[in-house]
Design a protein around this ligand. Structure first.
Ligand SMILES: Cc1cc2nc3c(=O)[nH]c(=O)nc-3n(C[C@H](O)[C@H](O)[C@H](O)COP(=O)(O)OP(=O)(O)OC[C@H]3O[C@@H](n4cnc5c(N)ncnc54)[C@H](O)[C@@H]3O)c2cc1C
Length: 240
């Protein structure tokens, strides 16, 4: 497969294969105006739990030290690894450069890590690209026919920004909920996830809540959930 180990490979706890390992990009595609999907080689024996992430660098001079965390979105048994990455041109950082990469270019993957793993049926709440850990978790549950009892609520600027809209709609049907903060379409209400929305949509606060998004998003949502009676031990979250 032409994989090259970049440095010493240490045995990770719980048999997770760690990098650094270089992988070739096999395919790229924009799936929303600013989210780019990367399909890359999967090193032999490379394992991760749905919801986990790895540090990623671009395998080019001047970029190998600039590592950023990204979450695997492929199904855990897929032959290839996949990432969905929101590009921030105004940060002049790694994602701006990732926007320029194509098939044949290489990434370097590091250790596998992450706080978000499936703990049982619950309510998933994502802000923008914060949905990525939920992609592989929900794909995994779908494959095992265990989606029942799970709901996904995503918050995006507009309908165009919803990541994997079609797939989630097919998977979850009425349990896929969307809120738009800036929708320029007549008939849509523009709003953020607030207390009233949570009361209307969640109904049962005695369940697991999975929350992922910006630091501000996660602390805002967690605060409201706790206030509404969610158990802190049942809050599973990560700041993206
Ligand atoms: C565990 C984890 C998993 C993640 N998984 C994913 C994922 O799967 N997909 C995904 O898209 N993202 C994910 N993220 C978020 C992702 O890591 C960041 O979006 C990414 O690191 C941004 O890198 P960057 O170099 O482009 O910009 P940054 O590193 O954010 O910024 C580079 C520089 O830009 C400047 N800057 C920062 N913020 C702003 C701003 N708002 N405006 C202007 N300039 C700014 C700063 O000077 C900064 O040094 C994850 C994060 C975590 C913690």
């Amino acid at each position: 497969m032409g994989l090259r180990i970049i440095g010493p490979v240490e045995q990770a706890p719980s048999s997770l294969r760690t990098g650094p390992v270089a992988v070739k990009i096999l395919r790229t595609a924009y799936i929303t105006p600013d989210a780019k999907q990367f399909t890359v080689e999967r090193p032999p024996g490379f394992k991760f739990e749905p919801g986990q992430a790895t540090m990623v660098a671009i395998n080019r001079d001047g970029w190998r030290d600039r590592k950023r965390p990204f979450t695997f979105t492929n199904h855990r048994t897929a032959r290839r690894l996949e990432f969905i990455i929101k590009i921030y041109p105004d940060h002049h950082g790694v994602t701006k450069e990732l926007a320029l990469l194509r098939k044949g270019d290489e990434l370097v993957l590091e250790d596998v890590f992450g706080a978000i793993t499936y703990q049982g049926p619950g309510f998933f709440i994502a802000g923008g690209a914060g949905v990525t850990p939920f992609v592989s978790i929900l794909r995994d549950l779908n494959r095992k026919k265990e989606l029942k009892g799970n709901t996904l609520l995503v918050s995006n600027r507009t309908a165009m920004d919803v990541i994997l809209d079609e797939e989630f709609t097919k998977m979850l049907g009425r349990n896929f909920l969307k809120v738009f903060t800036r929708q320029n379409v007549i008939g849509f209400r523009e709003r953020r996830i607030d207390r009233d929305i949570l009361i209307a949509l969640v109904q049962d606060f005695d369940q697991h809540f999975y929350v992922c998004g910006s630091e501000e998003f996660v602390s805002h949502i967690n605060g409201m959930l706790l206030d509404l009676g969610a158990r802190s031990a049942w809050l599973v979250f990560e700041r993206s």
